[in-house]
Design a binder for this molecule. Structure first.
Ligand code: EPZ
Length: 428
C-alpha cells in the first residue's frame, strides 16, 4: 500500500510536460496482437502500472515486448506467427482494460478465452456491447464459469450500430474488423481522441480505416498487416489535472504538449468559472498556461458525456476544484453510476458536497483542511491529491497506488512545480 504525504497551501509555479495518454496507449498496445511475424515500435508510452500490466499480458500471450533501453517511453513489440488465445485471469483481474485483447485475439486466432473483467469501484462495467458486435460479425460466444469463450473461423465484416458510444467496444470491434473478411461499418462509435490514435496505428499496419470523426468508422479487413511505428497522443486527463493543480493552489502553471482541441470541455468550464488562461501553439505542439486567479472560482454546472462532452475521467478533479468555488455548483455524472464514492473523503477535508442521484451538489467553501483520506480509484485519488495540495496543513492520501495506474512520475512532476509531496509505503 502506498500513500502520498502532501504539505498543502503552496502555490504551484512552473512548466510541466504531459505524458503519453494511458487510455490511448493500451488499445494500440493490444493491436500488436493483429500482426503475424511482424513488429511495432510505439513511442510516448507512459511508464505506468497499467501499461506494465498490458506488457505482462501481451508477453503471457507470446508477444516479445521490450522497453527501448535508451528511451523509457518507447516500447518495441515483436508478434510471432502464433500467439496464445487464453488471457490469464490474474492479469485480467488486475486491469479491466485487459479486455481490449478480446477483439484482436479472436480475429487473429479464431478462438479466445477471456475471464470476465467484472465491475470496479466506479460502477458496473459490462462488456455486452463488445460481445454483441462480435456475435454480429459471426462469433459464437458462450459465458460460463466467469469467462467468455468466443470462437469464429473467420469474422465477417458487418454494419454494427453501437447502442452506446462505448470507448472499449469501439476499440475492440475496430481491431476485430481489421482482420475480418470484408468491410465493417461501425456506427454510433466513441469519438474520443484515443480512438483517432488507434485509427492512426491501424493505418500504419496497412489497414484501410475511414473515420469521419462524428461516430462512423469503416474498416476494410486485411490478411496482410505490416510492421509499423506509432506514437501515443498526449494524455488529456493528466494535462487537465495539472491545469487544475495550478488553479486550486492559486499558482501559475504551464502545461506543455497538449492538444487544445482535446481539452476544450475543461477550458470552456474554466472560462465560465472566471479563470484566465492562454493557449500557445507551435508547429509541433501546444501549451496551456493558467495565470494566478484574482479571486475564488465562480460556481459552474458540469455534465459528463462522451467526447466531445466533459470527460467522466475529469469529474472527480473538477468536483475538487469546485469545492473551493464561491457558490453552489452542480456536477452531473452520466457515464459511471458509482463515480462519487470519493466525495465522502473530500467532505472529511471540509468540502460540502451532497450527492443527489447522479448529481453532486457542491457548496463551495473558502478552504480545505489537510487530513488523512483514502483513494477509491485512479481519478478519485487524483482529486484527493489536488485537494491536499490546496488544503491548509498536511494531508495523507492513502491507497495512492490507484493513482500510479494513470499518472507517471506524479510526485516528481509536482515537486518540480514547487509542491512538497512524497510517496511513502504505508505499514501493513
Ligand atoms: C474507457 O473505459 C476508459 N478506459 C475509462 O478510463 C473512461 O472512463 C471511459 O472509457 C469513458 O470515457 C480506457 O480507455 C482503458 P466505455 P471503457 O465502454 O472503455 C457502458 C480512467 O480513469 N457500457 O466507454 O470501459 C459502461 O458501463 C478510466 O482512465 C456498457 O453498458 O468505457 C459505461 O456506463 C476509467 N456495455 C459506459 O458504457 C459495454 O459493453 C461507458 O463505458 C460497454 C460499456
Amino acid at each position: 500500500m502506498e500513500r502520498m504525504r502532501i504539505a498543502g497551501g503552496v502555490p504551484l509555479k512552473g512548466r510541466v510536460k504531459t505524458q503519453g495518454a494511458k487510455n490511448a496507449a493500451l488499445p494500440v498496445m493490444a493491436a500488436c496482437l493483429l500482426l503475424r511475424g511482424r513488429g511495432m515500435r510505439l513511442a510516448n508510452v507512459p511508464d505506468l502500472n497499467d501499461t506494465g500490466t498490458m506488457i505482462e499480458l501481451l508477453s503471457a500471450l507470446g508477444v516479445s515486448v521490450k522497453r527501448d533501453p535508451d528511451e523509457r517511453n518507447t516500447v518495441v513489440f515483436d508478434t510471432p506467427d502464433s500467439v496464445s488465445c487464453e488471457a490469464p485471469e490474474p492479469l485480467v483481474r488486475k486491469m479491466r482494460a485487459s479486455s481490449l485483447v478480446l477483439g484482436p485475439l479472436l480475429a487473429r486466432c479464431g478462438r479466445v478465452v477471456m475471464p470476465l473483467p467484472g465491475g470496479c469501484s466506479i460502477g458496473s462495467r459490462p462488456i455486452d456491447l463488445h460481445l454483441k458486435g462480435l456475435v454480429q460479425m459471426g462469433a459464437e460466444v458462450d459465458i460460463r464459469g466467469g469467462a467468455v469463450y468466443a470462437k469464429a473461423r473467420r469474422l465477417v465484416g458487418r454494419r454494427i450500430y453501437l447502442d452506446f458510444p462505448s470507448v472499449g467496444a469501439t476499440e475492440n470491434l475496430m481491431m476485430a474488423a481489421a482482420c475480418a473478411k470484408g468491410e465493417t461499418i461501425l456506427e454510433n462509435t466513441a469519438r474520443e481522441p484515443e480512438i483517432e490514435n488507434l485509427v492512426a496505428a491501424l493505418r500504419g499496419m496497412g489497414v484501410a480505416v475511414d473515420a469521419d470523426g462524428i461516430g462512423c468508422v469503416r474498416v476494410a479487413g486485411s490478411d496482410d498487416l505490416k510492421s509499423c511505428s506509432a506514437r501515443v497522443i498526449p494524455d488529456r486527463i493528466e494535462a487537465c489535472t495539472y491545469i487544475l493543480a495550478g488553479i486550486m493552489t492559486g499558482g501559475d502553471v504551464t502545461v506543455e504538449d497538449v492538444v487544445p482541441e482535446h481539452i476544450d470541455a475543461l477550458l470552456a468550464k474554466l472560462e465560465e468559472a472566471g479563470v484566465a488562461f492562454s493557449v500557445a501553439r507551435s508547429e509541433s505542439s501546444a501549451s496551456v498556461a493558467v495565470r494566478q486567479p484574482t479571486g475564488r472560482l465562480k460556481p459552474v454546472s458540469v455534465k459528463t458525456m462522451p467526447f466531445p462532452g466533459f470527460p467522466t475521467d475529469m469529474q472527480p478533479q473538477i468536483v475538487a476544484a469546485l469545492s473551493l468555488a464561491n457558490g453552489v455548483s452542480l456536477v452531473e455524472e452520466n457515464i459511471f453510476q458509482g463515480r462519487f464514492l470519493y466525495t465522502a473523503e473530500l467532505n472529511r477535508m471540509g468540502a460540502k458536497i451532497d450527492i443527489k442521484g447522479n448529481t453532486a451538489v457542491i457548496s463551495g467553501v473558502r478552504s480545505l483542511d489537510g487530513v488523512s483520506v483514502a483513494a477509491t480509484d485512479l481519478r478519485a485519488g487524483a482529486a484527493l491529491i489536488l485537494a491536499g495540495l490546496a488544503a491548509k496543513g498536511e494531508s495523507l492520501v492513502e491507497n495512492v497506488e490507484h493513482v500510479l495506474r494513470g499518472y507517471e512520475d506524479m510526485d516528481e512532476k509536482l515537486r518540480s512545480l514547487g509542491a512538497t509531496v512524497a510517496f511513502e509505503t504505508a505499514d501493513a
